[in-house]
Design a protein. Structure first.
Ligand SMILES: Cc1ncc(COP(=O)(O)OP(=O)(O)O)c(N)n1
Ligand SMILES: Cc1ncsc1CCOP(=O)(O)O
Ligand SMILES: [Mg+2]
Length: 223
């Protein structure tokens, strides 16, 4: 039986390194969050690396104080060097096997699988810790290549042990079908950081909804 999903928080593509740590602390205090993915997309090359280093130094202790795993997007080398708990790689990033070699056997490695059963089975077979499907809804955060259907989550969660992450345009108001379909984690950017009542309110609201859905379907909390 599938269990209650957890929130997989992803940072905005650009953060203010001075203000973000405080906002993050308040957000993580508002309810259960499984992990935070640091996804800085608005700088390139050495500027991006330096922004990532600065951000990880400030964010890592906050995540760990809240029992939240810190996952770095795209860059296994920096993830290993900076003591992140894992890395997320897409189909055009470092291939899974190379990412695993770099971060080691104990780190989390997640793989983007778009809307593809084939890519997901390949990633799971190779040893990925989770597979990510999306985008489930229109999103302003990224020009998503594919649209995934809820049935994909249901198929995966009924057949496979490796957890699945749903991503793309997810909000408190639209996420219930993903929860009912068996998503293990919901990965969210705008639905938290741009929530009209603020990110802490969003985290609390997602958790209330997960609890309600779990109760309604008799699913057990993961934590
Ligand atoms: C949890 C999660 N799922 C999918 C993605 C997208 O990764 P990718 O396709 O490599 O695109 P970018 O995020 O690098 O723009 C993700 N980051 N996290
Ligand atoms: C990184 C990524 N990959 C597919 S959609 C997406 C963006 C998710 O952001 P949002 O939750 O704001 O739609
Ligand atoms: Mg990527």
């Amino acid at each position: 039986m599938t269990i209650r999903p957890r929130l997989y928080l992803v940072t905005p593509p650009e953060i203010d390194p001075a203000a973000f740590p405080d906002l993050l602390s308040r957000t993580l205090e508002a309810g259960d969050v499984a992990c935070l993915q640091l996804r800085l997309k608005n700088a390139d090359g050495p500027a991006e690396d330096s922004a990532i280093r600065k951000a990880v130094e400030r964010i890592r202790p906050i995540c760990h104080n809240h029992d939240v795993a810190l996952i770095l997007n795209d860059n296994p080398t920096l993830a290993a060097e900076l003591g992140c708990d894992g890395v997320h790689v897409g189909q055009e990033d470092t291939p899974y096997a190379e990412a695993r070699r770099i971060v080691g056997p104990d780190a989390i490695v997640g793989v983007t699988c778009h809307d593809s059963r084939h890519l997901a089975m390949l990633a799971a077979e190779q040893g990925a810790d989770y597979v990510a499907f999306g985008a489930f809804f229109p999103t302003g955060t990224k020009q998503a290549k594919t649209r995934a259907e809820v049935e994909l989550l249901q198929w995966w969660s009924e057949l496979m042990e490796v957890p699945c992450v749903a991503i793309g345009g997810i909000t408190v108001d639209n996420c219930r079908p993903l929860v009912e379909a068996g998503a293990d984690f919901l990965a969210v950017v705008g639905g938290v950081w741009n929530h009209p009542d603020g990110p802490a309110a969003a985290v609390a609201a997602f958790n209330r909804l997960f609890d309600e859905a779990a109760e309604a379907t008799g699913k057990k909390p993961r934590r």
